[in-house]
Design a protein around this ligand. Structure first.
Ligand code: NAI
Ligand code: MG
Length: 487
C-alpha cells in the first residue's frame, strides 16, 4: 500500500432508507456520529422512532408479501446480490475510507480485511440463492411427502459498530439469498457505511422495500424487536442486550439468532513454533483495537516458555503503530467512543489494583481521541476481572499453565464460548484440545481466520445459532412439509 495518507471521503448519504425513499425521522430528531480520532461530529443522522420502525416494517412486509423479491427467479436474486458486491468492489476505496472515518479503524484494515470479507460474503450467499432445495421423504402409506425451504419473512437485523460493513454483509447475505426482506439498524456509533451500502443496493436494482435501514439508538432496535410484523431478529452485540431482546421478542415468539461476546482462550504449548504463536497472540488480541468478539483475550502460555514468550510478546506489542488511521502505516487506531474508552481504562485500573503486572501500555495514547496504548498484563490469575470479563480493547492478559490436563478445565471456566486457539506441533494434543474446548470456533496454529463458508457463533453465553456457511442461511428459512395423497 502506498505510504501517502488516504483522503477522507465525501459523505453522500445521511438520511435513512424506508420503502425505497431516503427520509428524515417522522419525529424530526437527528443525532451525531463522532470521529473517534478527534471527538468532532462527522454528521447527523435521523433518530428513528417507533413510527419510523413501523413504516420500515410495513415496507418490508409489502415487499415480502406482494413484492417481487421472494417470488423472483432465484437466479435473478443471486444476480442482483452479485451486482451489489460488484458495486462495493468498484467503490471499495470510498467505502473503506468512510468506515475508517466513522469507526477509527486503520485504513489498511478497512481495505484489506473488512471490505474484501464483506464482498466475498455477499458473493458466497448470492451463489446459494438458487440452491435452496428440500427433501423427498419416504413416509408410511400411499403418499408423496416433500419439504420446501421458504424464507422466514421480514428479518430485523441489529448490528454493532466494530465491523459495520462486514456485519451488514453477514446479515444481508443469507437474508437476501433466502428471499427475506430486511429492516436493519446499524449501531449509533457507526451508521454511515450501512447507509452508503443501502444506496449501492438501490443502484444494483434490489427492489424498494427489500432493504430498509433505520438509524437510531437502542430504543430504535427495541422497536424492531417488539414489532409484530417482524418474523426474526438477528443480533450482534452484548449478551445483556440479547437478554433484553429475548424478553421483548417473547410476545411474538420471534426466531432469534445471537452473536455475542467472548473471553476466548488462546493456548500456547511449549512445543509450539514460538514466533508464529507470538505473532498470532498479538494479532488475535490487538487486531481492530481489540474490539473483536473473538479476541484471544485470555492468553495461556505453558510454564517452560512463559518468560521467554512474554518478553517477545511485549517487544512485539511495542512495535504497534498508533495514530492517524488514514495513514497506511498505522496499525492501531482509536477505540470507537468515549464509553468504550472509559470501560477499557477502568479494566486497566482493575488489573493493576488486583495485582497483575502491567508490562507495557496501560495508559491513554496522546491527548486527543480515544487511543489506548497496547497493554500487556502478566502474572494474571483466573479470578481477576481482566481474566473473566470481556474488555473489548487492546488489553491482553497472559496466564501461565502447567499441562494439557489442567488447561482444558481452565479454558472452559468461563460463561462465554465463542472461540479458542491452540498452538502446538503435536497433532494429537491439538485435536484433543479442539474436541474438549467448549467454543464455536477453534483455530489451530492460526487465529482470526474467517471465511463466509465457515460457520461462526457461540456456545454458552456467546450466542445462539450460527452465521456464515449453509447453516447461516438455514436461520433465514422455515421448513415446510407437504404431504400429498396418491390414492
Ligand atoms: P450493544 O449490545 O448495546 O449494542 C449493539 C447494537 O444493539 C447497537 O446497534 C445498539 O443500538 C443495539 N441495541 C442496544 N440496546 C438495544 C435493545 N434494548 N434492543 C435492541 N437493540 C439494542 O453493545 P454496546 O453498548 O455497543 O457495547 C457494549 C459491549 O458489548 C462492548 O464493550 C463489548 O463488550 C460488547 N460488544 C460485543 C460485540 C460483538 O461483536 N459480539 C459488538 C459490540 C459490542
Ligand atoms: Mg449499549
Amino acid at each position: 500500500m502506498a505510504s501517502t495518507k488516504v483522503a477522507a471521503p465525501t459523505i453522500r448519504q445521511t438520511n435513512m432508507l424506508i420503502g425505497g425513499k431516503w427520509q428524515e425521522s417522522l419525529g424530526g430528531k437527528r443525532f451525531p456520529t463522532v470521529n473517534p480520532v478527534n471527538e468532532k461530529v462527522i454528521a447527523d443522522v435521523p433518530d428513528g422512532n417507533e413510527a419510523d420502525v413501523d413504516a420500515a416494517v410495513k415496507a418490508a412486509r409489502t415487499a415480502f408479501e406482494s413484492g417481487p423479491w421472494n417470488k423472483m427467479d432465484a437466479r435473478d436474486r443471486g444476480r442482483l446480490m452479485n451486482k451489489l458486491a460488484d458495486l462495493m468492489e468498484t467503490n471499495l476505496d470510498e467505502l473503506a475510507a468512510l468506515e475508517t472515518l466513522d469507526n477509527g479503524k486503520p485504513i489498511r484494515d478497512s481495505k484489506t480485511a473488512d471490505l474484501p470479507l464483506a464482498i466475498d460474503c455477499l458473493r458466497y450467499y448470492a451463489g446459494w440463492a438458487d440452491k435452496l432445495s428440500g427433501d423427498t421423504i419416504p413416509i408410511r402409506g400411499n403418499y408423496f411427502c416433500y419439504t420446501r425451504r421458504e424464507p422466514v419473512g421480514v428479518a430485523g437485523q441489529i448490528i454493532p459498530w466494530n465491523f459495520p460493513i462486514l456485519m451488514a454483509a453477514w446479515k444481508w447475505g443469507p437474508a437476501l439469498a433466502a428471499g427475506c426482506t430486511i429492516v436493519m439498524k446499524p449501531a449509533e456509533q457507526t451508521p454511515l457505511t450501512c447507509l452508503r451500502m443501502a444506496e449501492l443496493a438501490q443502484e444494483a436494482g434490489i427492489p424498494d422495500g427489500v432493504i430498509n435501514v433505520v438509524t437510531g439508538y437502542g430504543q430504535t432496535g427495541a422497536a424492531i424487536v417488539k414489532h409484530p410484523g417482524v418474523d426474526k431478529i438477528a443480533f450482534t452485540g452484548h449478551y445483556e442486550t440479547a437478554q433484553k431482546i429475548m424478553v421483548d421478542a417473547a410476545g411474538t415468539l420471534k426466531r432469534l439468532t445471537f452473536e455475542l461476546g467472548g473471553k476466548s482462550p488462546n493456548v500456547v504449548f511449549a512445543d509450539a513454533d514460538l514466533d508464529a504463536a507470538v505473532a498470532g497472540a498479538e494479532f488475535g488480541l490487538f487486531f481492530n483495537q481489540g474490539q473483536c468478539c473473538c479476541a484471544g483475550s485470555r492468553l495461556f502460555v505453558e510454564q517452560p516458555i512463559y518468560d521467554k514468550f512474554v518478553d517477545k510478546l511485549v517487544a512485539r506489542a511495542k512495535t504497534r503503530k498508533l495514530g492517524d488511521p488514514f495513514d497506511p502505516k498505522t496499525t492501531q487506531g482509536p477505540q470507537v467512543d468515549s464509553d468504550q474508552f472509559q470501560k477499557i481504562m477502568s479494566y486497566i485500573d482493575k488489573g493493576k489494583t488486583e495485582g497483575a503486572h502491567c508490562l507495557t501500555g496501560g495508559t491513554r495514547f496522546g491527548d486527543e481521541g480515544f487511543f489506548i496504548e497496547p497493554t500487556v498484563f502478566a502474572n494474571v490469575t483466573d479470578n481477576m476481572s481482566i481474566a473473566r470479563d470481556e474488555i473489548f480493547g487492546p488489553v491482553l492478559s497472559v496466564l501461565p499453565f502447567k499441562n494439557a490436563d489442567e488447561i482444558i478445565e481452565r479454558a472452559n471456566s468461563t460463561y462465554y464460548g465463542l472461540a479458542a486457539a491452540v498452538w502446538t506441533r503435536d497433532v494429537a494434543k491439538a485435536h484433543k484440545f479442539a474436541a474438549s474446548v467448549r467454543a464455536g470456533t477453534v483455530w489451530v496454529n492460526c487465529y482470526d481466520v474467517f471465511d463466509a463458508a465457515a460457520p461462526f457463533g457461540g456456545f454458552k453465553m456467546s450466542g445462539m445459532g450460527r452465521e456464515c456457511g449453509e447453516i447461516g442461511l438455514s436461520n433465514y428459512t422455515e421448513l415446510k412439509t407437504v404431504t400429498m395423497s396418491l390414492t
